[in-house]
Design a protein around this ligand. Structure first.
Ligand code: KG4
Ligand code: ZN
Length: 345
């Protein structure tokens, strides 16, 4: 069966064509079109511009994927589309296109939760990842540790009270003069610094360890501490090596907060399989620190599937359809959609 998957929840338009057969699947084609260049000058995603861009990019991407695989609408056995959570106007574009195709081709359609896509993305390359496992979801909009008991059964063990880890990276990157979103650029600067300085952070740049006593995450306090630290540096941040030292200290503080909470949850639940997913999971220090936690096995998606992509949406769509055998009708956008509400298909 061929599954065509569409993702438009934020600022990436993505399309993937997957083939599933007897419990296994392979990706025939996948395309991601990032809108970073459009939103860069505003320092964040502008929802109206994002929807408009999805509207112009998506039909071209779909045509390209179908043509490349010599595939017609009649060959598609399943449509999977991100139904939420995300920006309403953006979700509407993907969902509208999918519903139109479903109607024209009489194809079943599965509405997929974007966070469920991230949670399960570690299983795309690691089918041996068995239940239960803990998923650390770290992206521009989400920071959660989720206990995954089976398809659709999720318990959120820790969530952020305010900002997401990705936002903390991006805010700090912005203050260091790096262009939006900036998380990956800050990490690259920090990693270079650590390589040249034998992994040692400048002592006078150490940031406070916040929210140690709580079960949840909070990045707003850390963000304020980062702002104050950079302000204190004054004109010294004009110096490239000082900026790199700051980047290393900031990365250390954010990563340490995430790893500390994962360690706590592993101890509390006794679950030792840990998956890390979402854009921030591409961070090398985060992967290294998690992998070094004693007694755990770490699962990381491929770099492409760490960020927003349609393959993870198709993967979940296929998993759900294989169980339920029914497509949905009258799908509506769900811009707020906690994973605990999902349930088994
Ligand atoms: O999952 P994602 O692609 O989109 C959202 O759903 O938000 O995550 C994007 C976030 C951005 O905040 C970006 O700066 C961050 O992931 N990011 C990183 C790295 N690569 C991407 N943060 C830290 N280190 C990285 N290597
Ligand atoms: Zn995402």
């Amino acid at each position: 069966m061929l599954c065509l998957a569409i993702e438009t929840s934020c600022d990436e338009s993505a399309v993937s064509l997957l083939e599933s057969e007897a419990g296994s699947f392979r990706v025939l084609s996948e395309e991601i079109s990032s809108q970073t260049k459009i939103h860069e000058k505003y320092g964040g995603v502008v929802p109206e511009l994002a929807s408009r861009e999805h509207l112009s990019a998506l039909p071209l991407m779909l045509d390209a994927v179908m043509e490349k695989n010599q595939c017609r609408l009649a060959d598609i056995g399943l449509l999977a589309v991100t139904q939420g959570p995300g920006l309403k106007g953006c979700l509407l574009i993907g969902l509208g296109v999918a519903k139109g195709m479903a109607c024209a081709g009489n194809i079943p359609i599965v509405g997929v939760n974007h966070i469920e896509g991230h949670i399960r993305s570690a299983r795309i390359a690691n089918s041996e990842l068995s239940y239960p496992y803990l998923a650390l979801v770290v992206s521009g909009g989400h920071t959660e540790i989720v206990q995954v008991d089976q398809l659709g059964v999720y318990k959120v063990l820790a969530r952020t009270k305010d900002d997401a880890a990705g936002e903390a990276f991006d805010k700090a990157a912005n203050l260091l003069g790096l262009s939006y979103p900036g998380g990956a650029a800050l990490a690259a600067l920090a990693d270079n610094y650590l390589t040249e300085n034998r992994g040692i952070i400048e002592r006078d740049l150490a940031l406070p360890k916040v929210m140690r006593g709580s079960n949840d995450f909070s990045f707003s306090g850390l963000k304020t501490a980062i702002v104050l630290l950079i302000r204190r540096e004054g004109t010294r941040i004009a110096d490239e090596s000082r900026r790199a030292a700051l980047a290393a200290a900031i990365q250390e503080a954010i990563v340490d907060t995430l790893v500390h909470r994962v360690e706590q949850m592993v101890l509390r639940t006794g679950i030792t399989r840990v998956a890390v997913c979402g854009g921030v999971s591409a961070n090398r220090l985060l992967q290294k620190r998690l992998a070094a936690l004693s007694g755990i096995t770490l699962f990381v998606p491929s770099k492409l599937h760490c960020m927003d992509n349609a393959t993870m949406i198709g993967f979940v769509g296929i998993e759900r359809f294989q169980v339920s055998r029914v497509g949905a009708s009258n799908l509506e956008v769900r811009s707020f959609w906690p994973v605990e509400e999902l349930g088994v298909p």
